[in-house]
Design a protein around this ligand. Structure first.
Ligand SMILES: [Fe+2]
Length: 403
């Protein structure tokens, strides 16, 4: 299994034929990703926030049918009249839907029916795109749909890891999976001088609405690490009773640790005096040199405090990002997910894509080993609630400042 998606860049200005090629490649990859799964794996929903792989398949297909094909013909006939109810995620503009926590109840339609749905909608989209002049708005929506499916490809992988990682047999997804590690070289502190910095997207390629508008921020001088924290460094934190000392923790994080009896990153188990963890390649010993993954914002902030340091803000991260390698872990930032100056949500249902989530979540920057390589960029803003551990999340530190 290859974890890199085809090397293409989605650009609004490229020709329709290129968008069609990208559309087909993206659709095919989503189907290739599930080859190691059993029928049972497809329907499992161990917790509310993990969606069954079959639902991801249906939902990414529904997106194209709902937002494009239904507009393509006055007398358009849905593949199945129930599917808008089954596979709408959170779009109130569209209407009622299956509750998120009940996606695992969808033992019908069966996997083969959802696969047929995928193939039929891919064919309808291909015919429609090939045989018609498309407006700029339609091309924009197709590119959004491709990016949306790429986002779900990452969620699909993180959800598959959760499903298999909570099976007592710890089945491997792919015995050759090496998505957990990277050699980072020598530790260096990158100094960025006080001044004005341009933040936000300013280009011709695709970006999400939450990366707009480009604006200027003032930053005090800061130092940020060129490296991500390793498993070995986090084992030191655990060994020094980091999970037991309230002084390192934000109050909400301290409550989360106690309420949920958290004592390590997700998928970690202490066995015979050594740390082990579930990986996509199966259950194995934790390699102290590998890059830490699957930690909450609370754990990232507590670790930074224990180190006498802090997490960078998303603006510091973006201002320094050309000077370090990123893309292995989503990096928690000390920034709430809020609209930029000039942010305006698009008209219609797609206006619900990002804007309505701009409270009570923290920003993550970069990308992870599970992200399509050309899906992210330095202005990309990912966001999750601070307690979530199931994404490939990590820690980059900044030094505390004297201002
Ligand atoms: Fe979605």
């Amino acid at each position: 299994m290859k974890y890199c998606w085809d090397d293409f860049r989605i650009n609004k200005s490229v020709k329709k034929s290129e968008v069609l090629k990208q559309f087909i490649a993206t659709r095919n990859y989503t189907e290739k990703m599930v080859e190691p799964l059993t029928a049972g794996d497809f329907e499992s929903q161990p917790v509310e926030y993990v969606s069954p792989p079959k639902w991801h398949w249906g939902h990414t297909t529904w997106f194209f049918e709902q937002f494009l094909l239904t507009e393509s013909a006055i007398d358009y006939k849905w593949f199945d009249d129930d599917f808008a109810f089954l596979f709408n995620s959170y779009y109130n503009t569209i209407g009622s839907r299956v509750l998120r926590a009940e996606r695992g109840n969808l033992t019908r339609p069966v996997v083969e029916e959802v696969l047929n749905y995928r193939k039929e909608i891919t064919n309808r989209m291909t015919s429609w795109m090939s045989q018609n002049e498309l407006t700029d708005k339609q091309l924009d929506l197709i590119v959004l749909g491709i990016n949306h499916e790429q986002q779900h490809q990452e969620l699909l992988l993180t959800d598959i890891k959760y499903i298999l990682g909570h099976n007592p047999l710890f089945p491997s997804y792919d015995g050759k999976a090496r998505v957990e590690s990277k050699n980072q070289g020598e530790l260096k502190w990158i100094n960025v001088k006080e001044g004005l910095h341009s933040i936000g997207f300013n280009g011709e390629d695709f970006c999400y609405d939450n990366e707009l508008s480009k604006h200027t921020v003032f930053l005090h001088e800061f130092d940020i690490s060129n490296q991500l924290i390793t498993n070995g460094e986090f084992i030191e934190f655990i060994g020094s009773k980091g999970y037991e000392n309230f002084d390192y923790w934000l109050d909400e994080g301290w409550s989360w640790v106690h309420k949920n009896q958290i004592d390590s990153p997700k998928y970690w188990y202490h066995e015979n005096g050594e740390w082990h963890h579930y990986t996509l390649a199966g259950y194995q010993k934790v390699n102290p040199n590998d890059i830490l993954s699957h930690i909450s914002y609370y754990e990232a902030a507590a670790f930074a405090e224990w180190k006498g340091m802090r997490l960078p803000t998303e603006f510091e991260w973006e201002a320094a990002s050309d000077k370090f390698d990123w893309g292995t872990r989503w990096e928690w930032c000390a920034s709430s997910y809020l609209p930029y100056p000039g942010f305006d949500k698009p008209e219609g249902a797609v206006g619900e894509y990002n804007g309505k989530f701009m409270m009570n979540q923290m920003v993550m920057r970069g990308a992870s080993v599970a992200t399509a390589p050309n899906h992210s960029r330095k202005t990309y803003r990912n966001f999750f609630h601070p307690h979530f551990q199931w994404q490939f999340s990590g820690i980059r530190l900044a030094k505390k400042q004297k201002v």
